[in-house]
Design a protein around this ligand. Structure first.
Ligand code: ATP
Length: 295
């Protein structure tokens, strides 16, 4: 019994860690064969994607019934637009993306994609529509080829190479003695933060989702790498509905709308200029980050 219990328990731990770290996990569910907490309705249909509009309507949510985290969150990401979410640690930013990916169901309110409540569609179709570039990309102890191709396992070798080229990691891969067959991950070559993000970008390019979530890393990369990654992210977010969870305000100056969260509510919204003019929470955050940068 103990022998059976340990691996199951271990799987549970892995599952929770992955869920928490917002990895692109739809395939891991099948790899790990872990029962899903959220079930498809018997009447669930595949999501019918039009432009990829995302709407949160008066969303309330708590991980535990006695501790509500989100208190009536309302926003829309029009198809193809770019919305950023900022706010202090614990404000509820990542929770929004976990709900959109339907790791959990809302307590009340609804989340709609192209007008369809995400509880009414199949999870497979929902997760196929959303790509995530997480804060910290999980690499499998396998070849770098596998790690990128995993974005769309049916992709051809040419497509995988093309995605690596577009994510600006192809020349790095080709410079390795074992090239595409190099083992990466814990037991292989350790990649830098920037290289891992590029693997995530290449995966996402292969997946080609209509909706994108960028969970910006809290630890800054060096300035040049950061600039390059920003450029690549901008490229792949073109014509896709994009939600950026941002920690550095300098990376989101030109998004369509910025939502400022505090304790589970949106307290300010607007573009960078209008929020600065408003002289509220955002303007204060901006001033603090400018000051930190100048010192
Ligand atoms: P950060 O910028 O630090 O990533 P955040 O704004 O993304 O923060 P969330 O991760 O959304 O914050 O967390 C919001 C609140 O929900 C926090 O108080 C956190 O403790 C709580 N929380 C997050 N995950 C869980 C969980 N799995 N179970 C219970 N509470 C959780």
């Amino acid at each position: 019994l103990i022998q059976m219990f340990i691996p199951l328990n271990f799987m549970g731990v892995i599952y929770r860690q992955i869920k928490q770290s917002l990895t692109d996990i739809e395939r891991l569910f099948t790899l790990l064969d872990v029962p899903q907490e959220i079930k498809d309705k018997p009447t669930a249909r595949p999501l019918e994607l039009k432009g990829g509009e995302v709407r949160f309507v008066n969303v309330h949510f708590g991980y535990d019934p006695d501790r509500q985290i989100l208190h009536g969150v309302d926003f829309t990401v029009p198809a193809g637009h770019n919305v950023a979410i900022v706010g202090a640690s614990g404000a509820g930013k990542s929770t929004l993306s976990r709900l959109l990916f339907r790791f959990y169901d809302v307590t009340s309110g609804e989340i709609l994609i192209d007008g369809q409540d995400i509880r009414d569609v199949t999870q497979a179709s929902l997760r196929a529509a959303i790509g995530i570039v997480p804060q910290d990309t999980v690499l499998f102890n396998s070849s770098i080829y596998f790690n990128i191709a995993y974005g769309r396992p049916t992709a051809t070798r040419e497509e995988v190479i093309e995605a690596a080229r577009a994510a600006h990691i192809l020349s790095f891969i080709e410079s390795l003695p074992k090239g595409w067959e190099t083992t990466v991950g814990e037991r292989g070559l350790k990649l830098s933060g920037g290289e891992k993000q590029r693997v995530a970008i290449a995966r996402t390019l292969l997946k080609n989702p209509q909706i994108l979530i960028f969970d910006e890393a809290t630890s800054a990369l060096d300035t040049q790498t950061e600039k390059n990654i920003q450029f690549e992210l901008k490229e792949i977010s073109r014509n896709r509905s994009t939600i950026t969870i941002a920690h550095r305000l300098s990376t989101i100056i030109d998004v369509d709308e910025i939502l400022v969260m505090e304790r589970g509510q949106i307290v300010e919204r607007g573009n960078h200029r209008s929020l600065l003019a408003h002289q509220g929470v955002y303007a204060e955050l901006w001033a603090m980050q400018q000051e930190a940068r100048d010192h």
